[in-house]
Design a protein around this ligand. Structure first.
Ligand SMILES: NC(=O)c1ccc[n+]([C@@H]2O[C@H](COP(=O)([O-])OP(=O)(O)OC[C@H]3O[C@@H](n4cnc5c(N)ncnc54)[C@H](O)[C@@H]3O)[C@@H](O)[C@H]2O)c1
Length: 398
């Protein structure tokens, strides 16, 4: 479907950046909020982002004005009447989002697509309050949405493939990297990242280590682009806690984060935004990891193993459940979480027989969350051992 004009509903942190992306792609966009002061702030923010590109010589001043003119800032319903797609980016509450979806369903043309930028709520539960569940999908941008390339396109139970195909094409027009996901709690990136964070939290508690002890090893060994506790503090521990609760309820004990995260939230230590999270923050907040006591080489090895294998096991569950294919999962974890390699490519590189043996040992020591996945056992039994045999999760030239 050709998308002539888009509405972004909710002009906060995510909505303003999403509207910026459309304007930069020369697609007319209505940015809607209930609060006109927030619209003023959003306009200032978008102007500053564009001005940054002008200063770097990537956009002419005349083009900046043309791009800005693509955005209509509005608190009015009328502005939505002729859009082909609305992307909802209001706060993360199912009740509120359902209210917004009911309203959009009433206002928008019958063929318009309704999308949600939710991080963790069920698309199907939003679709169910509309008269067009086949035209409701997730379009999950990542923070900060003006630079992050990944967009998860999520199909709910009744979403028509034509609607998700439109969102995939449109994301490409925004020069983003779309990956298609069949709805499940946490989608791809948050589900896998949270599995890794939960495992690392367990390791931290078992070994009485500090956040910096762990973050240092994570970054020094290039397991992730930044320390996990630095990342959690930046995201907001209240949000991390909420997502972990949703995932634990959906998938069980392997997502139980232990006591520390909940305790920090209870004390209102929510990360950078409150000045204290896993780390203390002075203003301006610093991303540097303070000094730490070194971990033993054995501990470092165990941390790296538990981190990488928690990611691999969750990725294979997603694939085996048919939520997304291996290629999409690998792309999502690189573009959305900054991992140096996708979990399937990394396993193929390490050797699937090696990963299998490693998981067998780990599952004996730590329990069934590390049980070797069925797909892995099958590949190994067929001699498809990854890069070294020319075939594993992917094919390789020999
Ligand atoms: N912030 C992130 O890092 C991030 C990343 C990915 C996805 N998300 C998701 O994006 C969504 C928005 O998050 P955010 O951080 O931008 O929130 P935010 O609080 O910064 O912005 C929400 C905006 O929605 C407006 N709003 C509330 N009710 C409205 C209504 N009925 N109609 C129009 N506008 C309304 C508010 O005035 C506010 O400006 C959430 O679902 C969140 O889970 C957030």
């Amino acid at each position: 479907m050709y998308v002539k004009k888009v509405a972004v509903v909710g002009a906060g942190t995510m909505g303003a950046d999403i509207a910026y992306n459309f304007a930069m792609a020369n697609i007319p966009v209505v940015l809607r909020d209930v609060d006109s002061k927030i619209l003023d702030k959003a306009q200032e923010h978008i102007r500053a982002l564009m001005q940054g590109r002008v200063t770097k010589g990537r956009l002419s001043a005349a083009d900046m004005e043309k791009r800005l003119a693509q955005i209509q800032f509005s608190t009015q319903d009328e502005a939505l009447l002729d859009v082909s797609l609305a992307i909802e980016a209001v706060p993360e509450s199912l009740r509120l989002k359902q209210e917004v979806f009911r309203e959009l369903d009433r206002l928008l043309p019958p063929l318009a697509i309704l999308a949600s930028n939710t991080s963790a709520l069920a698309i199907t539960e939003m679709a169910n309050v509309t008269t067009r569940p086949e035209r409701v999908a997730g379009m999950h941008f990542f923070y900060p949405a003006h630079t992050m390339k990944l967009v998860e396109i999520i199909a709910g139970d009744e979403t028509d493939p034509e609607a998700t195909a439109t969102l995939v094409r449109l994301s490409e027009e925004l020069r983003k990297i779309p990956v298609l996901v069949q709805e499940c709690p946490g989608f791809v990136v948050n589900r896998i990242l949270m599995a890794a964070l939960t495992e690392v939290l367990r390791f931290k508690q078992e070994n009485h280590l500090s956040p910096q002890d762990i973050d240092r090893v994570v970054t020094a060994r290039k397991l992730a682009p930044m320390g996990l506790f630095v990342l959690a503090d930046a995201l907001g521990l209240d949000i991390a806690w909420e997502v972990s609760q949703i995932l634990e309820k959906a998938y069980g004990d392997r997502f139980n984060p232990g006591t520390e995260l909940g305790e920090l939230v209870r004390q209102h230590h929510l990360g950078i935004k409150t000045g204290q999270g896993f780390y203390p923050y002075q203003s301006p907040p610093s991303n540097a990891i303070p000094n730490s006591t070194p971990m033993s080489p054995e501990q470092q090895e165990e941390l790296a193993n538990r981190f990488s294998l928690a990611i691999f096991c969750e990725a294979t569950r997603l694939w085996e459940e048919g939520r997304a294919n291996q290629k999409s999962i690998d792309i999502a974890m690189r573009a959305g979480a900054g991992l140096p390699m996708g979990p399937f490519a990394a396993a193929d590189k390490a050797g699937l027989d090696v990963v299998y043996d490693n998981l067998k040992e780990m599952s004996q020591q730590f329990g069934s969350r590390f049980a070797p996945p069925t797909s892995l056992a099958q590949l190994v039994s067929r001699g498809q051992l990854g890069e070294k045999s020319g075939r594993g999760y992917f094919h390789y030239k020999m």
